[in-house]
Design a binder for this molecule. Sequence first.
Ligand SMILES: Cc1ncc(COP(=O)(O)O)c(C=O)c1O
Length: 396
Amino acid sequence: MKQASRAVHAGRGGKAGMGARTPLAPDLSTAAVHVYTDLDDYDAVAAGERPGHYYGRNSNSNRAMLEQAVAELEGAEAGVATGSGMSALHVAILALAPKPATILATRELYGGTLALLRQDLEPAGYEAHFVDMNDLEAVRRAMDGAGLVLIETITNPLCRVPDIEAIASMARASGVPVLVDNTFATPVLCRPLALGATAVMHSVTKYLGGHSDLVAGVVVGSTSHMAAARARSVRTGTPLAPFDSWLALRGLRTLDVRMRRHSDNALALARAMRSMPGVAKIHHPLLDGSPSHAVASRLLPQGAGGMMAFDLDAGRAAVQRMVSGFQMVAFAASLGGVETTISYPEITSHRGLTPAERTELGVGPGTVRVSVGIEAADDIVADFAQALGPGAGRPN
Ligand SMILES: Cc1ncc(COP(=O)(O)O)c(C=O)c1O
């Protein structure tokens, strides 16, 4: 089955799940608890020896369907859905590195991930070691002594694409598990497990859900890693609620068509931006001249998704002028929805970093991140063009 078909059918349990009179779209089960009349039956279900649900923190039919669907799309044995991308990341790290260890991570991590490492995991004995994942020699040198590698398929906000395949191969040689945050690419465009990763997590809030109407996370990997992640999620009480699971699965059904349109539109906008006033730099992995062009062309042959960024010469004042000038595009500090939105990393995703740290990453007062939606490409380009039009690139 191709990914486009899998996105539509995954999690239904194949033909068996589509028997006579079964609902085509899943029923929503909000029950917190199920009734049992046979103690042995309960015992077997609670032990995981028999399928079924008994208590909502442990499992739920809508959550189970979403978990199965994402696992199928990523080519994993199992999945665990949680109440946010951050909780998915947390249980994933603890499943792969249960004892304090050195976490080798990309320098360009999502801000929330960086905060989790620094404020929660480091005080508990973990150590974060940041390297430029685009520098494979530096990664090789840092692999010795690492307990986990944490990378993002496409980095935020500058959209660099590390060579997951090469990094995973080095990690395997050293016996180090690799966790990939595949939020920006989704399994439609990249399947990190097939490239050698150990487990994959998503902020389902973004593209998998796709409609900016839920907060959710998921991690997928081997049966044993996912059993550990699930146990942790059950103990700490982070499972995803039934309705959000239902909504996420509904979003997932259109993932393939959305990702193709997001990818086409983002590349069209990135190309069109080259002739817009006041734009100093454009960051899109498949744009000619991008430092990630070769790796992205190999690892993301069907497109790089809807994320791109650009720098305005004239800094914050020019960004404000552009925001005020938009007719359709909105400033909203998330991504992955059907609408085109922009974010301003200095005060959103990267606000927890010092100015020096932001500068080191290449994030400045003129840096704007765009989550390119699925509207008509011409309308998106036209809105940026008019918002950046005469005068928009100059300081106030
Ligand atoms: C790449 C990435 N990973 C993880 C997260 C955290 O996800 P959530 O906000 O669903 O907890 C985000 C959120 O912006 C993200 O962009």
